[in-house]
Design a protein around this ligand. Structure first.
Ligand SMILES: [Zn+2]
Length: 431
């Protein structure tokens, strides 16, 4: 359903014709900048309870109004990217988005892509309303009272089963919670593809290089690295829901590859880049730390020792995993030779990351263009990268997925401890 309305800016009296496409979300907070004066206008649609407006008033809409020239136009839809720049009758955000779907994705397992998207949004709506519960629950996990986590997780999942508080069962329960709450953000097939190999890699190393693998495991465990990394990962799951309103159109881009790059028009129907930029920074930070696990395993696979790096093209080999951990993200990638884990270089766009981290960027809320100046050039800022807010949200989504895949690796490493190390001490293996 679409609503046509005319909004008059309280600051400059400019009139904007808004065509609002309805989402299934109960509360739909939309916002845009008045083109006349740059005032942020907010429209809150509260389902059956009507709607609220800030910094503007609604005026009577009639079809004759469309023939008048002295007004602006905007399409708004919480769930879809907005590609339109002017009003075309019938070309609603939903219709335009449906037509953007990749030819090979129009039907996914016999279900239309827009329907698959709707199902994912329903899941998002469900957990979005419970995200404080998700946050609280995940804070309980690292604490010593496992019984409390177990009780709250079962309540949260609304399940009858009653797992024990053995560490492997609690680990599985955490995994079930995370898989359930992230359903809307992930493509399940990719999750299965990416994560199904982890236990095999770990078990293979345990069988072929038991001493050295255990040395690696004890190192990441005894230094507290594995536990603190897991804790930091868990903190991001609750936070992803805090920016879910901005991620919805980025999720839709799963169905229309590469369309976020149309920077002249692809927009998000809510203002708030400021709310999202820290998430990008924190995700890259944590994915960067997770890479130490990838590197340790890679060194074990290729050279039989987690500290044994191959010399990089630019210089001597690193002497230890600790040294690797101190490197910046882009440097780290150079030390992952023939890596068992495929990391998307695009994902770690260092130019953008550096700009966001060092505040060398400008954001134009009207055009929704982020201009990044990655190189420190004194007062001159010649090198710039421009991306849309939508592309930026897409990068956050892709990074979140990467963090989630690598959290599966953490889970698999803990399983190794619970199911192998604790039940079958090394001395009994004869290796
Ligand atoms: Zn105005």
């Amino acid at each position: 359903m679409n609503i046509n309305t005319v909004i008059s800016c309280s600051t400059c009296d400019a009139k904007t014709h808004c065509r609002i496409g309805m989402s299934n979300r109960v509360f739909q907070p939309l916002s845009f900048l008045c083109e006349g004066c740059g005032t942020a206008i907010e429209i809150d649609i509260k389902g059956m309870r009507g709607s609220g407006l800030r910094n503007a008033v609604e005026i009577e809409f009639d079809r004759d109004f469309l023939d008048q020239q002295d007004h602006y136009f905007i399409d708004l839809h919480l769930d879809f990217p907005i590609w339109s720049t002017s009003y075309v009758m019938g070309r609603t955000p939903y219709l335009v988005a449906s037509q953007m779907v990749d030819k090979n994705k129009i039907l996914i397992n016999g279900i239309p892509a827009v329907e698959v998207f709707r199902i994912r949004l329903d899941i998002l709506n469900h957990f979005g309303e419970r995200f404080n519960e998700v946050k609280q629950l995940l804070k309980l996990y690292p604490r010593s009272n496992k019984e409390l986590f177990r009780k709250k997780a079962i309540e949260f999942l609304r399940e009858d089963r009653s797992p024990s508080i053995a560490p492997e069962d609690i680990n599985l329960l955490l995994y079930t919670v995370l898989s359930r709450v992230t359903l809307a953000f992930l493509e399940q097939r990719t999750v299965e593809e990416v994560t199904s190999g982890y236990p095999q890699i770990i078990m293979q190393l345990a069988q072929t290089r038991r001493n050295k693998f255990d040395e690696f495991y004890h190192y990441i465990k005894d230094t507290g690295f594995l536990d603190s990394l897991q804790r930091d990962c868990l903190s991001l799951y609750g936070r992803i829901f805090e920016i879910e309103l901005y991620l919805r159109p980025a999720i839709f881009l799963d169905f229309c590859t590469g369309q976020e790059g149309k920077k002249s028009s692809a927009k998000v129907s809510k203002l708030g880049f400021e709310h999202c930029k820290d998430m990008y920074k924190d995700l890259s930070e944590i994915v960067g730390r997770q890479l130490a696990l990838v590197a340790g395993l890679n060194n074990l696979i290729h050279r039989g020792d987690h500290n044994s790096f191959l010399a990089s093209k630019d210089g001597a080999a690193l002497s230890s995993l600790d040294k690797f951990a101190n490197k910046v993200l882009s440097e780290k990638l150079k030390y992952l030779d023939s890596c068992w884990y495929k990391i998307d270089d695009e994902l770690l766009n260092t130019g953008i990351r550096n700009s966001i981290a060092h505040y060398t960027f400008e954001y134009d809320e009207g055009s929704q263009i982020i201009t990044c100046y990655p190189n420190k050039e004194g007062l001159r800022q010649d090198t710039k990268i421009e991306i849309t807010f939508l592309s930026f949200m897409r990068m956050i989504l892709v990074q979140f997925r990467e963090m989630h895949y690598l959290r599966h690796l953490i889970k698999s490493l803990f399983y190794y401890e619970y199911l192998v190390l604790k039940k079958q001490p090394q001395s009994e293996c004869g290796s």
